[in-house]
Design a protein around this ligand. Sequence first.
Ligand SMILES: C[S@@+](CC[C@H](N)C(=O)[O-])C[C@H]1O[C@@H](n2cnc3c(N)ncnc32)[C@H](O)[C@@H]1O
Length: 279
Amino acid sequence: MKALRKLYYILSPKSRRITRQIFYLPIDLYETLTHKRNPMIPPRGKIFIGGGDFTAQGEHIKNMLTELAGLKPEHAIIDIGCGIGRTAVALTSYLDKSGRYEGFDIVKEGIDWCNRKISGRFPNFHFWHVDLKNDLYNLSTSQMAKDFTFPYGDGEFDCAVLTSVFTHMMPDDVDNYLGEIHRVLKPRGKCLATFFILTPESKSKMKGREFDFKYSFGNYSLMSRQVKEANVAFEKDFLYGLFKKNGLSAENVFYGYWPGNAPGKAKDFQDVVVLSKEK
Ligand SMILES: C[S@@+](CC[C@H](N)C(=O)[O-])C[C@H]1O[C@@H](n2cnc3c(N)ncnc32)[C@H](O)[C@@H]1O
């Protein structure tokens, strides 16, 4: 598994997409011809956001949003790094007509899919492509996330969500995004975000396992030196310092089972943090 992951990272984002499409071609073709797939759900070969059951994972994220971050059907939510609509598809059956969903991502194929398949059916769902560099997902630009201003006004959203996004971003980029999240949230708005958090416990448990962040750079650690943003973990004190600096307080943290814990009480594989806008 480790070796396969390494091999996968060596490929460019474009080659990874082509490899995936070829690998899944038979099953995708079968499901398309037999109309076995919900039209909003992408064929497997197009799903560039990682493994697992697309629908079940989307439902799981929706449940975390309602149970942990208080999302209501009439709320406005921003999905930062929305990928290819995994959370959006689940939210189409939850948000009502007065609710609003805005998603943006740096991978154009994902946004094009969501605009074609979701926005037409649900006009209160909008998707935007933003061209920013990430060495796992997008090498076609030198524009950096640390300099990016979200394309929304102040205080527009009740809720923000980032599942498996901060786990692919460098510290200065995360710092800027937390500031932007604070800006676009309403007072007391919530943000549910997942991370790999380095604590004394996770650091000792992760050793030798698949998610072993071997390369330490002080406040953060990486799994791969070649593709830095493949997976990024943050030291807990540093991360909590960034929350505070950006006017966000961590209301709750649910440690995940990525370091090798039994899933037990964990909410997710990754660490889930619920942030609240302080003022
Ligand atoms: C593992 S995928 C998760 C996608 C989605 N959040 C989900 O759970 O289905 C990570 C996503 O983060 C996006 N991403 C990475 N850096 C980003 C950035 N600076 N701004 C917005 N999206 C970003 C990637 O393009 C990718 O779609």
